[in-house]
Design a protein around this ligand. Structure first.
Ligand SMILES: [Zn+2]
Ligand SMILES: [Zn+2]
Length: 287
């Protein structure tokens, strides 16, 4: 009973058609599969879907939903960037897309001197260029600003699901830039979890770092998942696949993390709302 609510296709930066992902999902025994390509950013070419392509995306996913209705539940979503003053899940083109649910993400933290939004996921020299030019060389200020934006997102324009909460650690392998157990970092995470709990958003446990060998843990990492669970935040496991072979990548590790923490259920979209699925069912299918 595998499920996935966060996935990409060639409509944004994934490889392959939606149809090909459905075939893979059926082959792996998925019961639910949600498409969530990067929503168009009405700013400039950011590697996301173009605004003009959104209608086609909606149509293609809608047709697949109907065609496969008796075999798998397919859902139409978008991964929507939160960029202050530019876009959020309540932007007109997102509302008009009539999505089943929304996934909210922060990928850009303020602007480089040339006016381009700074993606903290870019490798060096761009990563350090952002820290140096936007945050005066302070990694701490950069990281705290990232979590402030996540809190703004869930407070002002809450998505149904918060994407890869600690994605900011992507370039921080082996603590290269900061210690993820230092007081100020833990405080920033805790404050953000409080905001997520207050907004009643679901938090995903994203496995992309595991199967790409970007990180040793899920996004967010184990201790953050544990604290989220303690705060009563609803959880779900997503692969954020950009290739067919990754649609269930890292799931075994992520469900092990949840079971170790004592999580007993995950929260899945059922076509009308999010409802619970006992983790034991996942355990049986993973065995
Ligand atoms: Zn993302
Ligand atoms: Zn994604």
């Amino acid at each position: 009973m595998y499920t996935n609510h966060h996935a990409h296709t060639y409509f944004s930066d994934g490889i392959g058609t939606p149809q090909e992902y459905v075939a893979q999902a059926l082959a792996e025994g998925f019961t639910q599969y949600g498409f969530s390509d990067h929503a168009p950013i009405p700013l400039r070419d950011m590697g996301s879907m173009k605004l003009a392509e959104l209608a086609e995306y909606s149509q293609v996913i809608g047709e697949l939903k109907q065609a496969y209705a008796d075999r798998i539940h397919l859902y139409k979503s978008l991964e929507v960037d939160y960029i202050p003053g530019v876009m959020n899940v309540d932007s007109p083109h997102i509302l008009e897309a009539n999505l089943d649910y929304t996934i909210g993400a922060v990928h850009y933290v303020d602007y480089l001197p040339d006016g381009q939004p700074w993606s903290f996921q870019r490798p060096n020299p761009v990563f350090e260029q952002g820290i140096n030019t936007i945050f005066g060389g302070s990694t701490r200020r950069m990281v705290e600003r990232y979590y402030t934006l996540v809190r703004e997102m869930v407070t002002a324009h809450p998505p149904d699901v918060v994407a890869h909460l600690d994605r900011i650690k992507r370039r921080n392998l082996n603590g290269r830039y900061w210690d993820e157990h230092t007081d100020w970092y833990v405080a920033a995470v805790e404050e953000t979890l409080e905001a997520i709990a207050g907004a009643s958003c679901i938090m995903e446990v994203n496995t992309r770092g595991i199967y790409l060998d970007e990180t040793e843990a899920t996004y967010p990492t184990d201790w953050i998942v544990a604290r989220a669970h303690t705060r009563g935040i609803r959880l779900q496991v997503n692969s954020d696949a950009h290739r067919r072979e990754h649609i269930s990548g890292g799931f075994r590790e992520a469900y092990d993390v949840l079971r170790d923490i004592g999580v007993e259920q995950v929260h899945l979209y059922d076509g009308a709302k999010f409802s619970t699925q006992a983790l034991d069912a996942s355990k049986a299918s993973n065995a």
